[in-house]
Design a protein around this ligand. Structure first.
Ligand code: GLC
Length: 774
């Protein structure tokens, strides 16, 4: 982004104290500098002199409400040439001439600092027409993490990113962006792991200082097209092509605390039903009802655990949403009942595009109610998606969201357990989306484009909650914006059946996780192109240890069922899916924690070992929950790989061998397994056996696998048990067990205490403690 022509904000005219901090006047605009919490400040600049008080739907609390959890003491002081706003943890300095805003911790360490340009001039903010830019200093070796779903390495430093929800396989949608890139720029090749932009926009990142290991965070609450430039040596730039500058700056210093604050603002994931944590079977294919029944039976006959079967676009009548193709599916309710009897849940795809088809009930009704997006001239906007000419609900209006919610509520009455939202960037095919206006034609496309999927999920969830008020909801979304975690899980869209795409799903998942979205997964096996036995095996071995575990592939590819590649592969992938099911109490507890703290389930090592410079760039291994370290096989023919074990002690899951942390080791990767380690001191709760599905599985016993610490200390693990299905707002019927493992000299103690009112019918009656010792 060239900013040569931008107009810099040079001088502050006046500053005054307000109830929440400072207000300054400059260049005809107003600037707010406000203390949200002792470690969070909000910087906001008006446009045209007025503030947009709800720039997006990302923030779901009133950051300043007395009961919102934020109470903050601050003082403001004027001195020569500047004002300062001070909380217990932060000092914000507003320089008057030239204008700039710097934030430091009270110990003087930098949170954000303006950067001088080549002529030594400082500037913090500049505009050109509707675009604005802010720029800051960054240490040469500082790392950047987050920005949600982005390609390439997990440390985003050294690259530039565009924030514009994009159907990555649609050439028309991406042509403009690609035209602006050099021919050899990897971001231009849609199959490259660095392709950008992607489906989801989350304008939030962490910056880790190479010097101190401390982190700071930034969230820009703006849904317009944006650019984050991290490719420069000593500064970074953030540009948005519309809207106002509203930025929350987080002092850290731990990444975990930044995520906690960020998800306080934008919401935490709602607790998924336990079945959503099982293995999911999906494939884009023109199945008939009996094919689905055969697949389901096969899973059960093979004793291959599976919780959900998905129906892609071909279940519909001519791609008309909320219909069934009655030839292929003569009795959907009967089929769903049959599946339910075998412990399967079913999920169907629901795209936002409604077929432009007078006579089709959903189209006629939407037209009559005026809930479709319009163009400037007042026409209904028409794009090109699966059904051909397609119109789009105007999810910005509450009427359209409720209308959509009702349609979903009716749709799931047939017995569906969840909804899969695709093409919600929104993907409009060969027709550019910009002519699509929102809010009854009052709002430009650009304002809401990136929020379309978030708004769609809001409408969908309204319907799901109305249909089944006691049940936890499940929505899977392709696109999203900051806050999407409140309503939906995300999968990483149309990846390729290639080894580098297997690899990139790790940094991508970790980017999501560090940006508040814990419920993520890639299409296991690869979506586009034919997978092969080895890739499928290795992908299943990794995918079984990721938050959302779904096998999915494109129509016309080779079959990629567990049984498609012979008995050996079948048995090996079943082993690892069984391991996932045995780990269900552990995985479930990790999700409970995510819903309470924002902490991710799949996490890069740098989150838990932030001080260790060795882990800054590690993105070919990750932690699954707090206590399992996974190091997947990422290349064909790999027979061993290097694994970095961070501080502490680690037990090889497969051999039981103990390793001191803080070293790299080489681990064999025979076909049966990928490297997996348990943290010394952890107590990992497991089911003794893998069930066919989570449905009605309430074993009497939970095993507690205790991995003895090799050094003195105290470790805590938490197991949460409840019915896994219902919402129990307010008074959760649940058991919370805290296991404390401690070591002093040769003495290792394991104690556990269980708290809570229990939960109806099915509570476990005892633990079996299984000890693993060095
Ligand atoms: C999109 C989705 C993919 C789905 C296909 C057909 O490409 O990303 O998952 O299978 O559409 O609905």
């Amino acid at each position: 982004m060239r900013t040569d022509h931008f107009i810099r904000f040079e001088r502050v005219d006046s500053v005054e104290r307000t109830e929440r901090g400072l207000r300054a006047r400059l260049h005809g605009e107003q600037l707010r500098v406000e203390a949200v919490r002792p470690d969070v400040v909000r910087l906001q600049l008006s446009r045209g002199g007025v503030f947009d008080e709800k720039p997006t739907y990302a923030v779901c609390v009133d950051p300043f409400a007395a009961d919102g959890g934020a109470s903050v003491d601050w003082t403001a002081e004027e001195s020569d040439g500047s004002w300062t706003l001070t909380t217990d943890e932060l000092v914000v300095t507003l320089w008057l001439d030239p204008f700039r805003v710097d934030v430091h911790r009270t110990d003087g360490s930098v949170v954000v600092e303006s950067a001088p340009d080549a002529e030594g001039r400082y500037w913090t903010y500049a505009t050109l027409n509707d675009a604005w830019t802010t720029r800051r200093r960054i240490g040469r070796d500082d790392a950047i993490y987050g920005l949600g779903e982005k390609g390439g390495r997990h440390n985003r430093r050294g690259r530039d990113f565009t924030m514009w929800n994009t159907d990555v396989l649609n050439e028309h949608a991406t042509a403009e962006f690609r035209a602006g890139l050099d021919a050899d720029d990897p971001r231009a090749d849609m199959t490259s792991t660095e392709f950008d932009p992607y489906y989801v926009t989350i304008p939030f990142f962490h910056q880790r200082s190479a010097e101190t290991g401390t982190a700071v965070g930034s969230f820009v609450d703006n849904g317009y097209r944006g650019e984050y430039e991290f490719s420069r040596d000593d500064e970074y730039r953030i540009t948005f092509h519309g809207g106002q500058w509203t930025e929350y700056v987080f002092a850290g210093p731990s990444m975990a605390s930044i995520i906690e604050r960020y998800t306080w603002l934008t919401g935490r994931a709602s607790l998924p039903p336990i079945w959503a944590l099982g293995y999911h079977h999906c494939r884009w294919h023109a199945y008939k009802q009996e094919d689905i029944e055969v697949i389901a039976k096969r899973y059960r006959d093979d004793e291959f655990p599976c919780d959900a079967i998905w129906l892609d676009i071909d279940y519909m009548d001519g791609y008309r949403v909320f219909t069934w193709d009655s030839e292929r599916y003569p009795d959907p309710a009967g089929m769903l009942k049959g599946l339910a009897n075998q412990g399967f849940r079913a999920i169907t795809i629901v795209d936002p595009g409604v077929k432009h088809d007078p006579g089709y009930e959903v189209y006629d009704d939407g037209l009559e109610k005026g809930v479709f997006c319009r163009t400037e001239g007042g026409d209904t906007y028409v794009g090109q998606v699966w059904p051909g000419n397609t119109v789009f609900p105007d999810f910005v209006t509450p009427e359209a969201r409720s209308w959509w919610g009702d349609l979903n509520a009716r749709h799931v009455e047939s017995g569906l357990a969840g909804i899969w939202n695709d093409m919600n960037e929104p993907a409009t095919g060969e027709i550019a989306p910009e002519a699509m206006l929102f809010d009854k034609g009052r709002a430009k496309h650009e304002r809401y484009h990136n929020q379309y999927a978030l708004l769609m999920a809001m409408g969908t969830i309204e319907g799901l909650r109305a249909a089944q008020p006691d049940a936890r909801t499940f929505i899977l979304s392709r696109a999203g914006f900051a806050g999407i975690q409140r309503y939906a899980a995300n999968w990483m869209g149309d990846n390729q059946a290639r080894w580098d795409h297997l690899w990139v799903s790790m940094p991508m998942a970790c980017g999501f996780g560090l940006s508040g979205q814990p419920f993520v997964g890639a299409d296991i096996g690869g979506f586009q192109g034919d997978t092969n036995p080895e890739l499928f095996l290795r992908w299943m071995q990794m995918g079984a240890l990721t938050p959302f575990c779904r096998n999915h592939s494109e129509t016309n590819n080779v079959d990629q069922y567990p049984w498609s590649f012979g008995e050996e592969i079948h048995d090996l992938v079943r082993d690892v899916v069984r391991l996932r099911y045995r780990l269900m109490p552990y995985i479930y507890s990790a999700f409970v924690r995510a819903t309470e703290t924002g902490e991710p389930v799949q996490r890069p090592l740098v989150l838990d070992f932030q001080d260790d410079p060795e882990v800054v760039d590690i993105d070919d291994q990750y932690l699954f929950g707090r206590d399992l370290l996974v190091a997947p096989v990422t290349e064909a023919g790999m027979t061993s790989r290097s694994v970095y074990l961070p501080a502490g002690g680690w037990y090889d899951w497969h051999t039981g061998e103990f390793h001191e942390g803080g070293q790299r080791i080489t681990v064999d990767t025979p076909r049966e397994r990928i490297p997996l380690f348990a943290r010394a001191g952890a107590a990992i709760p497991m089911w003794a056996e893998a069930p066919a599905s989570t449905d009605d599985h309430h074993p009497e016993v939970v095993e507690l696998h205790v991995f003895d610490p090799a050094a003195d200390g105290r470790w805590e693990s938490v197991l949460v048990e409840d019915d896994g299905l219902t919402v129990a707002e307010g008074a959760p019927e649940r058991l919370t067990t805290t296991v404390v493992v401690s070591r002093a000299g040769d003495d290792v103690q394991v104690e556990h205490t269980t708290d809570g009112p229990g939960y109806a019918a099915h509570a476990r009656t005892r633990f079996d403690v299984v000890r693993h010792s060095a």
